[in-house]
Ligand binder design. Sequence first.
Ligand code: NDP
Length: 597
Amino acid sequence: MGLTQDDRTALHERYAVERDKRLRADGNEQYVEVSGVFSDYAQDPYIEAMPREALHDEVEFAFIGGGFAGLVTGAKLKEVGIADVRIVEKGGDFGGTWYWNRYPGAQCDTAAFIYLPLLEETGHMPSEKYTHAPEIAEHCRRIGTHFDLYDNAVFSTEVTDLEWDDDACRWIIRTNRGDEMRARHVGIGTGPLHRPKLPGIPGIESFAGHSFHTSRWDYDYTGGDSAGAPMTGLVNRRVGIIGTGATAVQCIPHLARDAGELLVFQRTPSSVDARNNHDVDPEWFATLEPGWQKRWMENFTILQTGGFADEDLVKDGWTDISQRIRDRLLAEPEPDLTPEGFVKAYHDSDDEKMEEIRRRVEEIVSDPNAADALKPWYRQLCKRPCFHDDYLSAFNEPSTTLVHTNGNGVERITERGVVVQGVEYELDCLIYASGFEVGTEFTRRWGFDVTGRDGETLSEHWAEGMMSLHGIHVHGFPNMYIVSPTQGANLISNVPHNLTESAETIAAVVAHATLLGTNEVEVRAADERAWVELLERGGRTFGGDPTCTPGYYNNEGHGIDDSARRGTLGYPDGPVAYFEHIGRWRTSGEFTGLEFR
Ligand code: NDP
């Protein structure tokens, strides 16, 4: 779209300058853990834990985590006849990320038809293309009810220890409620962005006003609710928010509407494209043929990863990004189909997309200084791309001020407020939209380690990086199944697609083990190694690009070592090929690589 080679060179130089401004020697260490004096930031503000007796019983399958991973796995297990399933969940109800994230304006940013699992099974029609958090949380509860997962579930319970009892061939699950449950099989689906983190800004502990993290929204203080009712508690308040990532983009329009004054402290602007949300027409929805959700998921994955399909069913910013790259590549008289050719097509189309996104800021934001500061100078996939129709216009509210920190972030927090470039901004309330731990020790994020056969711990087994077959099975940890996108499809644009495929796979394995009456299912060491070597040779990883602006996608700009890279690997031929592979693997009945003893 009219960009000359000189324009592109200048653009990339600007990207490098902006990145360098934000690179910090302390990388991921700049954040502080929500423990010790900060542990209140992780407390559950929504549901008080009910007293109960400690459990010393046994179940067939225990699953740690009651978000989409646990719910879908639980549902698939029930479908294959495994009735005795217990979900152990830290929150006070099912939902996982959708239990915790109730900030005003929270909604899914992948279309609900493919993002909300088990729509056909539960008979639910999403009310909007991108549904809001209360409806998603309700859908989680619907899955729990529909598949009878509530009866046996334990909530407000954190697993502290998981240990394999080799004599009994059972897992022992210990919790912070004094439980010592046993299970023949155990699943782990604790979620990739689950533990809130705080910016380690000097003086953070000294702020005397009210403060909370977005994933623990304090409606007692703000008033309003997660459905977006006016936050009457903020009418006469001066509110500050630190962070302008995907969470902040969704909640800032609500804060701008309700707060007496809102100050947005920005280090790096997000790229914010149009959302174009709309209600779902029930008549149209009724025309969808049985099996539609699987077809929609597959269609999205094909198009989002550069493949071809007759029709774009989802039609959104995600499929648009990859179709632009693909079309750009194929528009050449002699398409360069090498990896280098693909990267060039990606960069060329991205330059144009980002120009559009920067123009969009100018068109919407009336104050030219604010507009300038809100323009993102990096490639769109360097950070989570955002889509929102009311975010940028929120900066036109007279009560809203963008405090541009020129890439430096907040300098200091005092008893009274926030200091940026020597100016102190007094605040009544400070909201941390500072994200979640990524790239820290998994034991810190999960909250527990696992002791497998012969006393080997999972952190020992993974000392040089994650090892698994399909991201699910780990040698030395029989009857244990991990549910996450890693070392499988690694499809980041629609995580539930990964989880659904893993859940079906686990259900097939457990059903087979049950049929055979075996005590143990375990991946052979050689097959685990072969899988990881295949992935390493393919080199398909998520993020890690040090030329991008710093963030959790690239370990704050520091790149990742071989050990961390293992935890970001995906199937070499991409998600579509992986889903075909895993589908064949589980339906063949051979379960190649596993031993059933
Ligand atoms: P992020 O990690 O994306 O954002 C954290 C924000 O805090 C960034 O803007 C960061 O700036 C800023 N920050 C950190 N330290 C400082 C500092 N010292 N001074 C000023 N600013 C600072 O967290 P989010 O919660 O926004 O999003 C996390 C992820 O959750 C998303 O990427 C997405 O995957 C998911 N999500 C999904 C949603 C959905 O709709 N499905 C909605 C919301 C989130 P900087 O960029 O410079 O580091």
